[in-house]
Design a protein around this ligand. Structure first.
Ligand SMILES: C/C(=C\CNc1ncnc2c1ncn2[C@@H]1O[C@H](COP(=O)(O)O)[C@@H](O)[C@H]1O)CO
Length: 244
């Protein structure tokens, strides 16, 4: 630029000038940068994790609840089968699964979420990433896991469960196992899905077949291993490209 087109301030001056309103930090373009940084941080932290399973479950499960012990057994069995364990990093069933993984000497991952009543990452998380946005965090649960194990839980757990089923059902992800653990807890939901949703035609029998229900930790892990083997890339297959 020359003559009248030359700005009075340099770009560096504007960058380094600390005066002026800070309102811009609350604008959508700035939020886009924050969202982008969450994806960059998550991808960077988890890229080399290796095979993993995401374990969901109630933040309110107490240590003396049998579900807590189930969560611990799930965490340790997954590690013994060669999987890292990814949870929401919070208390309750998440903590139980992280504890099982950590004490079995495996990779124990917590993807924390900023909440108004934040509890912080549980003490059994060895690799933690904190998110502001649920949707960025959810991408990590799916992208880096070979399967989902869902322990008894409330709205947060149900949200994670149904998002996983929707992604598989709509073929947005390659089919992966979704295992509900705790037959007494989940049976009522499955009965309702069959008696109401299936009868009304809002879900298909094929959709319901995406879900496995069990109390048996070995069966849950075996279902993940079997699915993993079925989806393992064949050596002879070429390097196909995938549309974004
Ligand atoms: C409610 C309490 C703490 C909440 N802290 C959480 N930390 C991390 N992740 C969470 C938290 N709460 C919910 N989640 C996510 O949803 C699922 C559990 O939700 P539910 O409604 O309890 O079933 C879980 O898988 C997380 O990903 C203090 O008690």
């Amino acid at each position: 630029m020359r003559r009248s087109k030359v700005p009075e301030e340099t770009t560096d001056q504007r960058l380094l000038d600390s005066t002026g309103s800070a309102d811009w930090v609350h604008t959508d373009p700035w939020r886009v940068m924050r969202i982008q940084s969450e994806f960059v941080e998550g991808f960077g932290a988890l890229a080399e994790l290796g095979p993993a399973v995401s374990v969901f479950g109630s933040a309110r499960t107490r240590e003396d609840d049998p579900t807590y012990e189930l969560g611990e057994r799930v965490g340790s069995a997954l590690v013994r089968a060669g999987y890292a364990v990814i949870t929401g990093g919070g208390p309750g069933a998440m903590e139980a699964a992280n504890k099982g993984a950590c004490e079995a000497g495996g990779a124990s991952v917590g993807l924390g979420i900023e909440l108004p009543f934040e509890t912080g990452l549980n003490r059994y998380v060895d690799l933690g990433v904190n998110f502001r946005y649920f949707f960025a965090r959810k991408t990590m649960f799916v992208k880096y896991a070979q399967g989902f194990i869902v322990l008894p839980g409330g709205f947060g757990t149900l949200d994670e469960l149904f998002e996983a089923i929707t992604l598989v059902q709509t073929q947005k992800v390659t089919s992966f196992p979704i295992i509900l653990m705790g037959t007494a807890y989940w049976q009522g939901l499955l009965d309702w899905l069959r008696s109401s949703a299936l009868t009304a035609g809002t879900v298909s029998a094929k959709d319901l077949a995406l879900i496995t229900l069990t109390d048996d930790v070995d069966e849950a892990v075996a279902a993940i291993v079997a699915s993993d083997q079925a989806h393992a890339p064949k050596a002879a297959e070429g390097s196909g490209t995938h549309p974004e």
